[in-house]
Design a binder for this molecule. Structure first.
Ligand code: UT7
Length: 318
């Protein structure tokens, strides 16, 4: 029996940072950003706006759409790299903000792959029979760990949150059909923070060797998607939509070509959201529903890569 997706929701902070705004901050230009990344604008959380605020709003949106009450949720997982505090977990802060009393709540840290990891963990916990309904959120205020003088990274990232609700069903041909998650620490230095709580009591700023990450991204995203397809017994022709982590339009385009799928199957929100780390897939998923892209019975392939390196994919039939 599979776990099915019953609702999605999202939230983006009000403030928008455009490429022209960035031109005033670092030596860059909008044409370069659009040509090399596809990004036109991204949302920015206010200093007092916390990851749990974004996450709670996205989750409340998903609960409302499914006509569910706080007590209908008994498992909350938040994928984030930018927690409100070192502890308690941001998921517990979300639990408090939504008034969800009887639930287990914890965070997952797999950077930009966090949402794929969180869905995989929720799927497994629901299959264990110990929980009845999971709220899985990808939420980030990633711009708070950006060096705004580093043009290699500051043009890429944005804030936001996306949420999904999944629950067990009697169906075996719908819902989460498979997942694959991986990590490899040998390339950790190409994408990491320059500080850490245990290292020097600081959160640190994001540092990335973009070109190196780019090379890994296309191969690993295509490989893990092929692996998940095989596990699910689904061919690439049977995939209706590919929802990748929204890092760079050129990565999205190259990966779909490597998978031998047409570009029309791609859900791309990178132009309007930028790279929102763990939030990017659930944001793109909710955007797809809001824009009437998906039909019941369609099959989606979600895929992500991030710091660690971590990478993974999920095959989901609606
Ligand atoms: O979310 C986790 C996963 N992250 C990713 O997947 C990110 C992967 N990497 C990328 O998306 C791309 O590598 C970047 C967008 C970060 C960079 O694009 P690129 O095509 O790899 O550019 P580059 O770093 O090779 O730089 C090309 C040129 C350089 O100038 P020279 O050395 O050729 O004279 C850079 O200094 O572009 C220059 N450059 C810029 N110019 C204008 C770098 N950043 C900028 C900028 N504006 N913001």
């Amino acid at each position: 029996m599979n776990n099915i997706l019953i609702s999605t929701g999202s939230y983006l902070p009000e403030k928008i940072l455009t490429n022209s705004d960035l031109e005033k901050m670092v030596e860059t230009n909008s044409e370069w950003i659009i040509e090399r990344t596809g990004i036109k604008e991204r949302h920015l959380a206010k200093p007092e706006e916390l990851t749990s605020d974004l996450a709670s709003k996205a989750a409340a949106n998903a609960l409302k759409k499914a006509s569910l009450k706080p007590e209908d949720i008994d498992l909350i997982i938040v994928a984030t790299t930018t927690p409100d505090l070192t502890f308690p977990a941001t998921a517990v802060c979300v639990q408090e903000k939504l008034g969800i009393k009887n639930a287990a709540a914890f965070d997952i840290q797999a950077v930009c792959t966090g949402f794929i990891y969180a869905v995989s963990v929720a799927d497994s916990l629901l299959k264990s029979g110990n929980f009845k309904r999971a709220l899985v959120i990808g939420a980030e205020t990633i711009t708070k760990i950006i060096d705004w003088t580093d043009r290699n990274t500051c043009i890429l990232f944005g804030d936001g949150a996306g949420a999904v609700i999944i629950e067990p069903s009697e169906k075996s041909d719908t819902g989460i059909l498979s997942f694959s998650i991986h990590s490899d620490c040998s390339s950790r230095n190409i994408l990491q923070t320059d500080s850490g709580v245990s290292l020097n009591q600081k959160a640190g700023l994001l540092r990335m060797e973009g070109k190196e990450v780019f090379k890994h991204a296309i191969v690993k995203l295509a490989d893990c998607t092929s692996e998940s397809l095989k596990k699910a017994g689904v061919t690439s022709e049977q995939i209706d939509w590919v929802i990748p982590h929204q890092a760079n339009q050129r990565i999205l385009d190259a990966t779909i070509v490597k998978l031998g799928m047409p570009k029309e199957k791609l859900i791309s929100t990178v132009a309007i959201h930028g790279n929102t780390s763990a939030a990017s897939i659930p944001l793109a998923l909710d955007w797809g529903f809001a824009n009437n892209k998906f039909q019941p019975g369609q099959t989606l392939a979600m895929q992500a890569i991030g710091g660690g390196l971590t990478w993974g994919s999920v095959i989901l039939k609606l």
